[in-house]
Design a protein around this ligand. Structure first.
Ligand code: ATP
Ligand code: MG
Length: 412
């Protein structure tokens, strides 16, 4: 082969002008359609500059509705204004998906406030109270107002309970020379129901709900981002509309829309094409669906896989809307073929509910007359995805089960 294998690609003209504009961590300088939410945060946090303590807040909203990006934007500006007015404001953002114990959260905030000469707080090992005391003394040493953002806080509460929130919302009674305010962010609207009522009333002194974006709002977000990151005039008519419409169907998720647009451009680029069209968006959509569903399918426990396998097998044979009884019969046959003990039909019913919650199947209750009800199930996995093959790749027993013959038609 002549020349270096990277040369051809390196020399290729990119359709992007700035790929970073599509990074998930990119912070745009304008946030259209979040004026109301921004205003709510600003009106509360301005207290930090007026010598008062801002209320604790809870921000809710579906994934991709701008909670994180809006909060960061407001905090950067608050810090700037604080510096300008010589009113110290310290902000600390913790993502509770990554930092998910009380100890680690307190340790992380205290470490951010460390000064030269402070002894480091180990990642584990100290009694939690000692870490908390260190945090309090460092906050008081710094003075001013401390804003602590706990992003995706529902994860931490699911895992570790509400002890952290109890301690953090109690800090103002212990601080002598500083003040603190907590902002919790969650995409679960029912999150406070898991909390002790005292904690929930202290935390949600003020709530802001981020509404899902509608298609036209997502379009505006995409147009702005395209100007920043994509070459002019390469997007064919309808590309932005389609990305926005697909993401609006997906609960109004701006992240999904940006990903769709980015991958569409990449698809065109990979094919050395100079325009991005509807077909590239369709390819991007399939890839995103595939990337979303694959890890879920692969990591299902064996019996879940067998139940899903039974539904998919029926569908491959043209049988849709099958009853839970039919699913169970195919499932038992599959278990026999691979010589494992089937679960009871009651247990399989609850596995069906779990598959429904995961979004892999759709189960609907239908009336059978005379007050009787039964369930009909269908796969909700996009057609382009071969679920049985994917499950077989990660579980040889499914592969074995899929080789057998089934008498599905007899249940028609
Ligand atoms: N109004 C907006 N203008 C420009 N970009 C936006 C806007 N809202 C959201 N985005 C972009 O959409 C993506 C998702 O936003 P963000 O991460 O803030 O969502 P989120 O509500 O925190 O979601 P999650 O609940 O999944 O954490 C980010 O890339 C962000 O830059
Ligand atoms: Mg977020």
């Amino acid at each position: 082969m002549e020349g270096n294998i990277f040369e051809k690609i390196l020399g290729q003209d990119s359709l992007f002008t700035d790929r970073k504009a599509f990074d998930h961590a990119f912070e745009p300088s304008r946030l259209p359609h979040r004026e109301h939410e921004l205003d709510g945060l600003v009106r509360n946090l301005v207290d930090a500059l007026n010598g008062h303590i801002p209320s604790n807040m809870l921000l809710y909203g579906v994934p991709g509705s701008g909670k994180t990006v809006v909060t960061r934007y407001v905090l950067r500006q608050l810090e700037e204004k604080g510096k300008e007015m010589v009113k110290p404001v310290y902000t600390s953002e913790i993502n509770c998906r990554n930092v998910d114990t009380k100890y680690r959260v307190v340790q992380t905030i205290a470490t951010q406030l460390a000064k030269r000469g402070d002894s480091p707080i180990p990642f584990t090992g100290w009694p939690t109270d000692r870490v908390l005391e260190t945090l309090i003394s460092r906050m008081d040493r710094a003075g001013g107002v401390h804003i602590i953002v706990l992003d995706e806080v529902d994860n931490l509460v699911d895992k570790a309970g509400d002890a952290l929130l109890y301690s953090l919302t109690n800090l103002n009674t212990l601080l002598k020379n500083s003040r603190c305010s907590i902002i919790g962010i969650s995409n679960d609207l029912n999150f406070t129901q898991q909390l002790d009522p005292r904690v929930s009333s202290r935390l949600s002194q003020e709530d802001i709900v981020f509404h899902p974006y509608i298609a036209s709002e997502i379009e505006n977000i995409l147009v702005e981002r395209a100007k920043m990151g994509i070459k002019e005039q390469i997007l064919e008519e309808g590309v932005i509309n389609l990305c926005a419409a697909l993401a609006a169907q997906e609960h109004g998720d701006a992240r999904r829309a940006l990903d769709l647009l980015r991958i569409s451009v990449q698809k065109a680029e990979q094919r050395a094409q100079t325009k991005v069209g509807i077909k590239h968006v369709r390819l991007a959509q399939s890839q995103l669906e595939y990337d979303q569903v694959t890890p879920v399918l692969k990591t299902l426990p064996l019996h879940q896989k067998l139940v899903l396998f039974s539904i998919c097998l029926n569908e491959e044979n043209g049988l849709r809307n099958i009853s839970t009884g039919d699913v169970y019969r195919t499932y038992v046959d599959a278990c026999k073929k691979i010589e494992i003990e089937p679960l009871t039909s009651r247990r399989v019913s609850s596995l069906l509910n779990e598959l429904d919650t995961l979004g892999l199947i759709m189960a609907k209750n239908v009336s059978k007359g005379r007050g009787g009800r039964s369930k009909q199930v269908n796969s909700a996995i996009p057609k382009a995805i071969d679920a049985i093959s994917l499950m077989s790749e990660s579980e040889t027993l499914i592969d074995e089960a899929s080789l057998g013959k089934y008498r599905l038609q007899s249940h028609l």
